[in-house]
Write a protein that binds this ligand. Structure first.
Ligand code: HEC
Length: 176
């Protein structure tokens, strides 16, 4: 019994670190971790013009949706770890706009991701998908507010735009 527990612990430990390793090697070049709260705090201090310039640069260098947001978004639809892991493993191997849970505007901006999973072993896919589940704790509902330009442009979330976010309220700000 003790031996089993120990093995589980070791396997758990290896899993966690190798998930991060897979991510760093295969995903991090496109998916960054972006802390929205931290950004907000920092941007609040800047004048509007500087904020806009910063946002523009940020958008121009971004190749994919921030991974912490991706994790929160998928958890919103697949709260159970087993379902989450199954979704991620399948998506990275057979990405398809029809399966995508990303917001439509993410797909429009970045296009569908390449099938990076085809070069990964089953163990690596499991590791990276579990890591994605375990490592991020943000809630999609909170991020959604930011994704749609804060409370419809009321100056929350850094207040990038003074105008209300166009499609706010139309149900298009992240669908659900
Ligand atoms: C070449 C850039 C690139 C790499 C490398 C990449 N991705 Fe992506 N990924 C994207 C883009 C772009 C999207 C948004 C469009 C989409 O969903 O297909 C995305 C979306 C996703 C999604 C959301 C799927 C959905 O519901 O739409 C997941 C999950 C994901 N990536 C996981 C990974 C993992 C895990 C890795 C590493 C094993 C990885 N990605 C590597 C570009 C990349």
């Amino acid at each position: 019994m003790k031996k089993l527990l120990l093995m589980a612990l070791i396997a758990g430990g290896l899993f966690a670190s190798s998930g991060q390793e897979v991510f760093d090697a295969k995903c991090a070049m496109c998916h960054k971790v972006v802390d929205m709260k931290e950004r907000q705090q920092m941007m609040k201090k800047l004048p509007l013009q500087a904020r806009q310039a910063m946002m523009k640069k940020f958008m121009a260098t971004m190749k994919a949706p921030p991974i912490n947001k991706v994790s929160a978004r998928i958890k919103h639809f697949h709260p159970k770890k087993a379902d989450f892991v199954a979704f991620v493993k399948d998506y990275i191997t057979h990405p398809d706009a029809k399966k995508s849970l990303c917001m439509p505007m993410a797909l429009k901006k970045f296009g569908v991701m390449p099938p990076v999973g085809v070069s990964l072993s089953e163990a690596d896919k499991n590791a990276v998908a579990s890591w994605l589940y375990d490592n991020f704790h943000g809630k999609w509902k909170e991020m959604k507010a930011c994704a749609s330009g804060g409370k419809c442009g009321s100056g929350k979330c850094g207040g990038i735009s003074k105008k209300p976010a166009m499609k706010c309220g139309a149900g298009k700000c992240g669908a659900k």
